[in-house]
Write a protein that binds this ligand. Structure first.
Ligand code: PMP
Length: 370
């Protein structure tokens, strides 16, 4: 065949697709990375030990395929949540789980709903599946738009809770009322729930249409291992297993996740440290007079102000660029009026947040007016 534009063979919806843009992952050193909500602390030391044990002295175990169902991991997750293993599925990051949900519950005749702003990967997954997207907008209060969700007509609704990029949490009382009235599958994407005060997992026993999605990337400090899971009714898990890659988790990831979820004391300690630093950062931003949504996550969403107290997308872009020049990476969301004047800043260590605050001081003295 002569060389021609091979993309023309791709199906229309893939040709029209814009891929999800992940946050920058610089390969050189020296950065303070506050842009992708990773944990500033390493995973439990038991994780390293479990991985080394799985590899063994000669790597012999790696010759064999992993357990296709990740059975030990499903059992450990079930124990952690006090549910039956038939209610659990594990995935290659929670992105894998979200992909399975959309493959199983969405198509041209079965729309997907999401709130705006929330995690923008959903949009890409829905477009890939050729399903319609029903967007329900927040207002600046970021209160849950219950009526909009209930009337959007989606077969599958995905709520990021606590929300991203705002960090705002929703109470179980409110969620329970909403899910009980929702006619369809309701997904609570709880990537950040370990940093909150409540989890929708407590609602599973009363709401068979609820799917709780979790990740090991944030609270467990395992973004590099790609691990996530869902807890739901066994009938939902059965549907997800039908569309899952048969070996979606490798041996090392399975061993790592079991070790991580069993070390509950380590998780509690890491989460408490992140929350303590979050509280200090919120106080320092309040002193600066910057509006910051109350965070239930491991990041904050704050609105930079100039010396005269004004805000603008251009001012926010200026701060983003200044921080980058200081080798501090944060995340900006310039494409929506509810987010374009804000920056999302991951909670790092106390000393990283000190460096962040020092950079803000420096910027405020010479920043342009909004
Ligand atoms: N959901 C939300 C709301 C997220 O912010 C992220 C991380 N960007 C994910 C899911 C995916 O996490 P992972 O695939 O690393 O488990």
């Amino acid at each position: 065949m002569t060389k021609k534009n091979l993309s023309q063979y791709a199906v229309g919806r893939v040709r029209a697709l814009s891929a999800y843009t992940p946050g920058e992952q610089p390969s050189d050193g020296g950065w303070i990375k506050l842009n992708t909500n990773e944990n500033p602390y390493p995973p439990s030391p038991r994780v390293r030990a479990a991985i080394l044990e799985e590899v063994g002295a000669d790597g012999e175990a790696l010759r064999l395929y992993p357990h296709p169902l990740s059975a030990c991991l499903r059992a450990a997750i079930a124990k952690h949540h006090g549910v039956d293993p038939s209610q659990v599925i594990a995935g290659n990051g929670s992105d894998d789980i979200l992909n399975l949900l959309i493959r199983a519950f969405a198509d041209g005749a079965h729309p997907v709903g999401m709130t705006v702003p929330s995690y923008s990967l959903y949009t890409v997954l829905v477009a890939m599946q050729g399903a319609a997207l029903k967007e329900v907008s927040f207002d600046a209060s970021m209160a849950l738009p219950e009526d909009g969700i209930l009337s959007c007509g989606a077969n599958l609704f995905i709520l990021t809770t606590p929300n991203a990029p705002t960090g705002v949490g929703f109470s179980n009382e409110q969620l329970s009322r909403l899910i009980g009235r929702y006619d369809g599958i309701f997904v609570a994407d709880e990537a950040y729930a370990p940093f909150a005060d409540e989890s929708a997992a407590a609602l599973l026993k009363d709401h068979p249409n609820l799917v709780v999605v979790r990740t090991f990337s944030k609270a467990y400090g395992l973004a590099g291992m790609r691990l996530g899971y869902a807890v739901a009714d066994p009938a939902v898990i059965d549907m997800l297993d039908r569309v899952r890659d048969s070996y979606n988790l490798d041996r090392l990831a399975q061993a790592a996740a079991v070790a991580a979820i069993e070390d509950e004391a380590y998780l509690a300690d890491t989460v408490a440290r992140v929350r303590a630093t979050r509280g200090k950062l919120e106080t320092s931003l309040e002193k600066r007079g910057w509006f910051t949504y109350p965070s239930r996550t491991n990041f904050i969403f704050t609105q930079p102000r100039d010396r005269a107290g004004n805000t603008s997308p251009a001012l926010t872009a200026d701060l983003f660029a200044f921080l980058k020049s200081q080798k501090i990476l944060v995340r900006a969301f310039p494409n929506h009026p509810l987010t374009s004047t804000f920056l999302r800043v991951t909670i790092g260590t106390d000393s990283q947040m000190q460096a962040f605050n020092t950079a803000l001081d420096l910027w405020q003295t010479h920043a342009p007016l909004a």
